[in-house]
Design a protein around this ligand. Structure first.
Ligand SMILES: Cc1ncc(COP(=O)(O)O)c(C=O)c1O
Length: 387
């Protein structure tokens, strides 16, 4: 009997597509997803085009920008023409920030102290242009009460650049409530979905969120350099990024001087020449994730993260992730004495995970993780903790 296409068993058949799984117990996809075998072929295709076709390679390279965006759009439920590629999330934040004006009565940028720091660096720098950052505190370092965040968003708020899933704890923020509140007071929401897309279902259209960004390094198994920005269809033409370049021009090959004339569509958010190789590199991962669907990945992930939590409770390790399924992303964070050294030793022994100061070990099953690997990993942690 063939397995249900969405079962955990069906996902595990894809293990053969990820050579790294033969070398290691791979529980670090929140940081760097395993490379699909097909990535080698796609990068070869990129270089072959260059070698064989020279300048004519652009005939294939250029459409790859939209093809890469369409692959992301399919995963996040975005309509055609609403996603554009970029190099990294920090760059996307800067592009979005450069679309905004800060007026005395509306200049607040509201996010929590558990945001990804790089994102915060961009918005703090906007204070030089008149923005005022409002940092909403956390009591426990795991999450921020939604009510507290909502209360900080008011008519003085320009934008709420927040994470969907917090990198430090894997806490899932209540995006629907945040979007509702922001829209009530006329503010925008820029959702950083780096730690959700690929492991937690996200439908940007259903959420009505204004902008979403993320990248391919982690759950999308696409390596560095292929980040993306989604802009709500009715908003695409309303914004004009000051951080710009000739690929954002309505007719780049006119080489018109001196000022930018923005493209009508989503390409207006593209700056200079994009890093095309990264788009070829990111293709296989996005295709695999889209083909199995994030719902199936989530079902298996929840079962496996529950098992990790159970093992942590048995051993008395300090859990730093939410216990409720609906509040927890694809990662479990837990702490124990000498956690940083233990993480180093685990990696040396090819049990791949990582450590974050003030948080602990971050451990993530992905579509390719077996139940046996979870048990082996936790056994190894126990051995090292006892040694
Ligand atoms: C939530 C989140 N945002 C952003 C990033 C990375 O940002 P960038 O693409 O600018 O390196 C990470 C991880 O590295 C992350 O976990």
């Amino acid at each position: 009997m063939s397995a249900d296409p969405l079962s955990g068993e069906a996902l595990l058949r894809l293990r053969a597509e990820f050579p790294a799984l033969e070398q290691s117990v791979y529980l670090v996809s929140h940081s760097l997803g395993a490379m699909p075998r097909a990535t080698l072929t796609h990068l070869q295709e990129y270089t072959r085009l260059w070698v064989e076709r020279g300048i004519l390679a652009w005939e294939e390279w250029l459409p790859e920008i939209d093809r890469a965006a369409e692959r992301i759009a399919r995963i996040i439920g975005a309509p055609p023409g609403t996603v554009i590629m970029a190099t990294n999330v920090s760059q996307v934040q800067a592009i979005v920030a450069s679309c905004l004006e800060y007026r005395p009565e509306r200049r607040r940028v509201v996010y929590t102290e558990l945001n990804f720091p790089s994102v915060s660096y961009v918005w703090k720098a906007e204070e030089r242009r008149g923005a005022e950052v409002v940092l909403v505190p956390s009591d426990d370092g795991i999450g921020v009460p939604t009510e507290r965040l909502l209360a900080a968003i008011d008519e003085r708020t320009v934008i709420v650049p927040i994470s969907h899933v917090l990198f430090r704890s894997s806490y899932v923020q209540d995006v629907a409530a945040i979007v509702r509140r922001a829209h009530e007071v006329g503010a925008l929401v820029l959702l950083d979905a780096y730690q959700s897309v690929g492991t937690l279902p996200l439908d940007v259209t259903a959420l009505g969120v204004d902008m979403v960004c993320g990248g391919s390094v982690k759950w999308l198994c696409g390596g560095p350099g292929a980040a993306y920005l989604y802009v709500r269809p009715d908003l695409v033409r309303r914004l004009e990024p000051r951080v710009t370049g000739w690929f954002g021009h309505r007719r780049p090959f006119d080489f018109a001087m001196p000022a930018q004339q923005y493209a009508d569509g989503i390409w207006r958010y593209l700056g200079g020449t994009p890093a095309v190789a990264a788009l070829y590199q990111a293709r296989a991962g996005a295709e695999i994730i889209a083909s199995v669907g994030v719902e199936a990945i989530r079902r298996k992930s929840l079962r496996q993260t529950r098992r990790i939590l159970e093992r942590c409770r048995e051993r008395g390790y300090r859990i730093r992730s939410p216990l409720q399924d609906e509040r927890r992303g694809g990662t479990v964070v837990f702490d124990l004495p000498r956690a940083e050294q233990i993480a180093q030793e685990l990696n040396r022994r090819r049990f791949l995970c990582d450590h974050r100061p003030g948080a602990g070990l971050r451990v993530s099953p992905h579509l390719y993780t077996t139940d046996e690997e979870i048990e082996q990993f936790m056994d190894e942690v126990d051995r090292l903790a006892a040694s």
